[in-house]
Design a protein around this ligand. Structure first.
Ligand code: FES
Length: 124
């Protein structure tokens, strides 16, 4: 028997820093429902078999939160809210076309660092 793999993974940052922390976090009183909202939408659309939603910790772009990454493709969405999640599900997941206007600006999401470059940066 074969077990099919999902076509997409959605990583939603669920980091919640204490209010006194200087750095913002993706989850606060206004945004704590977003993961469940997204999962509910996937269920409502009948696509949970092909999209795996994953709660993750900090994705490193805290100033632009709430953030959510769609794989494959390293599509990093920023400033998420319920309306934006609806559009990402409709247009990116179901329609196959990423919602460009919600993607992180290129200057904050340059090319991936290769293992060789990472070693060099670490002085190894
Ligand atoms: S807290 Fe969400 S990206 Fe850092």
């Amino acid at each position: 028997m074969e077990f099919p793999q999902p076509a997409f993974y959605i990583f939603k940052c669920e980091q919640q820093n204490p209010p006194q922390m200087p750095k913002p976090s993706c989850v606060n009183g206004q945004t704590q429902q977003l993961f469940n909202y997204m999962a509910g939408k996937l269920m409502e659309k009948g696509i949970m078999q092909t999209v795996t939603p994953i709660r993750t910790s900090c994705l490193g772009r805290c100033q632009m939160g709430p953030v959510m990454m769609v794989e494959p493709g390293h599509h990093m969405y920023v400033g998420m809210n319920e309306e934006k999640i609806d559009r990402v599900i409709e247009e990116h997941i179901l329609g196959g076309k990423p919602v460009e206007e919600y993607l992180i600006p290129k200057e904050f999401w340059a090319e991936p660092i290769s293992p060789e470059k990472a070693k060099e940066l670490s002085g190894m």
